[in-house]
Design a protein around this ligand. Structure first.
Ligand code: VGL
Ligand code: ZN
Length: 181
């Protein structure tokens, strides 16, 4: 098992099938993520976790991931037994937080375990995965996105986000290459 961390980004009901911000293909990555969960030493899940009057609901996004609601829960298809930390972001009314590092204890958790490399999977490639990846780089982590275990809001914006992340120094791999590590 690799002594790196897997960060599962926002695999919540509101971003999955039937949710107000459904990301196309979200359900397809659940079994892939479930296999990844056993490959890494430390597994962390982030949750978009907004108050009911969050600023992003005014003009940017439909109401989603309201704290305490079913929509903010992780999809029940996801295997949660090895998830050690649940990191909630976007919890203040007036602040948007796409990155799992923003206003959270994520980097403290990673630093306290001596983690240097983080693997990212989840939703959405062009929003919270990208923000978490770029923030991870700026905090000095080696960041590897598992390309078959992420999905974007649209094909175009997802692809553009991948290009941008590559330019910034984010690495990419396939879930299969982690098997047996
Ligand atoms: C996200 C839109 C709004 C995400 C969060 O998790 O990608 N997208 N809030
Ligand atoms: Zn949000």
């Amino acid at each position: 098992m690799s002594k790196d961390a897997l960060i599962i980004v926002d695999m919540q009901n509101d971003f999955c099938e039937g949710g107000p911000l459904e990301v196309p293909g979200a359900m397809e990555i659940i079994p892939i993520i479930n296999r990844l969960i056993d490959k890494l030493e430390l597994v962390i899940a982030t949750q978009d976790y907004h108050p009911p009057n969050h600023c992003s609901f005014v003009s940017q996004w439909p109401v989603h991931c309201v704290a305490g609601t079913e929509g903010a829960e992780l999809n029940k298809g996801l295997k949660t037994d090895r998830i050690k930390h649940f990191v909630r972001k976007g919890t203040s009314k007036d602040k948007e937080a796409y990155s799992g590092f923003q206003g959270t204890e994520l980097s403290t958790i990673l630093d306290s375990k001596g983690i240097e490399t983080i693997y990212l999977c989840g939703l959405a490639t062009d929003v919270c995965v990208k923000a978490t990846a770029l923030d991870g780089l700026s905090k000095g982590f080696r960041v590897i996105v598992i390309s078959d275990a992420v999905r974007g809001v649209t094909k175009e914006t997802g692809e553009a986000a991948i290009e941008e992340m590559k330019r910034e120094g984010v690495e990419f791999t396939e879930s299969g290459s982690l098997e047996g590590e």
